[in-house]
Ligand binder design. Sequence first.
Ligand code: GLU
Length: 517
Amino acid sequence: MTKPRVRFAPSPTGFMHIGNFRSALYDYLFAKKNDGDFVLRIEDTDQKRFVTGALESLINVLNWADVNYTEGVFQKDSKFQIPNSKFYDSKSYKGIIEIGEYGPYIQSEKLEVYKKYAETLVKDGHAYYCFCEPERLEEMRRDQQAKKQPPIYDQYCLRNVTPEEVNKKLKSNCPYTIRLKMPKDEMIEFDDIIRGKVKFDTNLVDDQVLLKSDGYPTYHLANVVDDHEMKITHVIRGEEWLSSAPKHLILYRYFGWEPPQFAHVPLLLNTDRSKLSKRQGDVAVEDYIKKGYLKEAIINFVIFLGWNPGEGSTQEIFTLEELTQKFDLSCVHKGGAVFDIQKLDWINSQWIKKLSIDELYERSLEFWRQKEFYNIWDKEQQRKNNKEKGDYIKKVLTVERDRLINLSGVGENNIFFFVSDIDYDKNLLRWKEMSDENLKASLQKSLDILTEISDPLWTKENLEKLLVEAAGDKKGDLLWPLRAALTGQQKSPSPFEVAWVLGKEESIKRIKKALSL
Ligand code: GLU
């Protein structure tokens, strides 16, 4: 095959939707595997939906995920900037540059090009001017709805406005749109890489507006023109664009261009199989980053929405690198892909377990800093330097790692590590029906054992060994009061782990306080 060229073509309308991110990942994997080019193009022709900062945010997410594209739109200081390659500054966005020979890669920067193409279609009889006012279109739609007819334009302007009238209206600056003239009574067929043969009845397809009255092209025109001009060979996008494919194919036909191959990836669904929507939970990649999901996990999870490495494979944890080897576009499923947050949690916890404690510490630091209990504790540790404080946090993480679902949860279940004077009801110390006497004796016994342990022997393993030995077959009698004294909690990690993190001095202090209660 000729060198494939794929593009990710998001619209800067807010955030990186999980579904869009999946398309970008499939683009990336496909290009990487087939040694192709991967272009980032920005489709910003819908002025009404434009959101300031969205373009930067899209680029940031791709950068964050190491989804490396090779051409198109970059931030000036992007780590993906190709060294020594020629670039030019974007005309409309500050700090944004464009790299590659098929630019502009930002659609609002080439409005004249689309206009010219739309007018060519009119000249060739494949499109026509429409002067219908919004009110008329609205009324037509209501009428169609009432009659249960498909909501498509009734071709009023094509049938009723003569060429002379068109000229007159254009001269007097009447607002207009340019509409595609869909052929009638035809079945449009194409082979989708994922869905196989797909057919559309042209009688049910609208005479799509190609050029809007504000002079901007619609998505359909700009998308086809750009895919052609940028020599895109494979279009990978969400199933929600499938119904646009016949319009695009007709445009390719009218222009006399060869269409790219299409791959429409399945819709994302909630667990109740309704379409994934914001109402049911977060749908932006940014939301999951903020919640402390690791990029390895998000990527791993998102790629598996609609694809897996095939029969017989039970492996679920993959790096992006491994996925590049395995990925095959034609094995993406047709059916909707369920977005199961529990699955994401599981994948994330697996990835957290794979991190070294040092890595986990580095990557969780921003989340610690968001927590009030951490900041208060941090201020109180004036005697300690950063290394000592860091070592303490690393110990907490050692204890927490296996139970951690995402990084924003660090410390949350174990705040007692950060509170100098823990508060609890003294009855919490009592194991079952234990008498006051026995409780006291139990705490005293723990105190004696711990006091005997010298600093170098203060390890989790040693603490466990000594305490378990001392407890004999009445584990609860010794270990429950100790654990409660150290944590003040009904539930917590084991007393050995807790004592190890707290250190000798603090552990002894807490047991003494329990005895005094
Ligand atoms: N701009 C469209 C979007 O926001 C691109 C669709 C396509 O890839 O053709 O998803």
